[in-house]
Design a protein. Structure first.
Length: 127
């Protein structure tokens, strides 16, 4: 299902960009690019990267080693989520909106190859 979701986001982002809704397109294309990069679907990741560049956003290349590394912010959010805190609680602690926390957690799940908060402890232990 992750491949289909990422592909749908890519297609929707392409359509949004062609409709001159660049800000909306960036969010979808960035999510598609991150998902394809995490899955190792380089062809689709490059396509999403080209579309992102067309919206004016800079796309950084990710090395295979960096693909699984969590940023400091993602690691902190993952630890708080693992401790049982909700997105609004995590946001209050870190001075972030609950939607920003959700975005970071989605990236954590993709990088760790998990689908829920219940799997966080095992995934972080394996890292």
């Amino acid at each position: 299902m992750r491949v289909q979701l990422a592909r749908a986001r890519l297609l929707y982002g392409e359509w949004l960009r062609r409709e001159n809704r660049r800000a909306d397109a960036r969010a979808e294309l960035r999510a598609a690019h991150d998902a394809f990069t995490a899955m190792g679907a380089e062809g689709f990741a490059e396509r999403a990267g080209r579309e992102l560049a067309a919206t004016g956003e800079t796309v950084r290349r990710r090395t295979p080693d960096a693909r699984q590394e969590l940023t400091a912010q993602e690691a902190q959010i993952a630890r708080l989520a693992m401790a049982g805190r909700t997105n609004p609680e995590i946001g209050a602690v870190l001075f972030l909106s609950p939607r920003t926390v959700e975005w970071h957690l989605r990236k954590v799940f993709i990088k760790l190859g998990i689908g829920s908060r219940r799997e966080l402890a095992a995934a972080l232990r394996d890292q």
